[in-house]
Ligand binder design. Structure first.
Ligand code: HEC
Length: 192
């Protein structure tokens, strides 16, 4: 009975083809949400379109710039590294050369097997210290050399010792060294 009375109060006094409607108000939470979103739209519009907040294009360009500067840092970071010449570092470099299976492809003498001779003045991918570090880091996957030789990462200081070891063997003229690939290797004197 009470419900019927309630409905009568809400019944709007029009009828379309016998269809009548009740004047039900939107729930309070909905109405609040509605006004809050209108208010938010003004704040949003003000911030992004009048106060100079970054628009999508700007945000995109910022991210690209940030990514570029970090990737440059990664490439530039080792540039101040030089060949170490102390016995302990060279000995450690030699251990790494074996542990990372470099010796399997470049021979324990570094004279070359599947991979090229690393002791001579002829290189395919450059021969200064940091270039060689970079080449070992990325490997030559299409030729079978994984990053870091066996795919297991090493840190910058291990890489430095490894290349120091390789450079220490420069000019050692190992017996049975692999022939120079004149089509691809160019003269290059390893520089620390
Ligand atoms: C599975 C065989 C394989 C292993 C393991 C391997 N290499 Fe290589 N490496 C190669 C081959 C093949 C090339 C020649 C790439 C080319 O033809 O472009 C090469 C190229 C290189 C070069 C560039 C030489 C140049 O002439 O510019 C360096 C430096 C090098 N390797 C060092 C290493 C070191 C250090 C390790 C261990 C951490 C290692 N390699 C492990 C096969 C290997």
């Amino acid at each position: 009975m009470a419900e019927n009375q309630d409905e009568k109060d809400k019944l709007l006094d029009h009828s379309y083809d016998g269809i009548q409607e009740l004047d039900n108000h939107m729930p309070r939470w909905w109405v609040i949400g509605f006004y809050v979103s209108i208010a938010f739209a003004f704040v949003y519009m003000f911030y992004y379109h009048f106060a100079g907040g970054p628009l999508q294009i700007q945000e995109y360009e910022n991210e690209i710039a940030a990514a570029k500067s970090t990737s440059q840092q990664v490439q530039a970071a080792p540039s101040d590294l030089k060949a170490l010449t102390d016995k302990a570092s060279i000995a450690e470099g030699e251990k790494i050369f074996v542990a990372h299976t470099c010796s399997a492809c470049h021979a324990p003498t570094l004279g070359g097997l599947v991979g090229p001779n690393l002791t001579d003045d002829f290189w395919m991918h450059g021969c200064d210290f940091t270039t060689v570090m970079g080449n070992i880091k990325k490997g030559f996957a299409q030729k079978g050399m994984l990053p870091y030789g066996n795919g297991k990462p090493m840190d910058e200081s291990e890489l430095q010792k490894l290349v120091s070891y390789i450079f220490s063997k420069h000019g050692s003229k190992p017996a049975g060294a692999k022939a120079i690939d004149t089509a691809r290797e160019v003269k290059c004197k390893p520089k620390a």
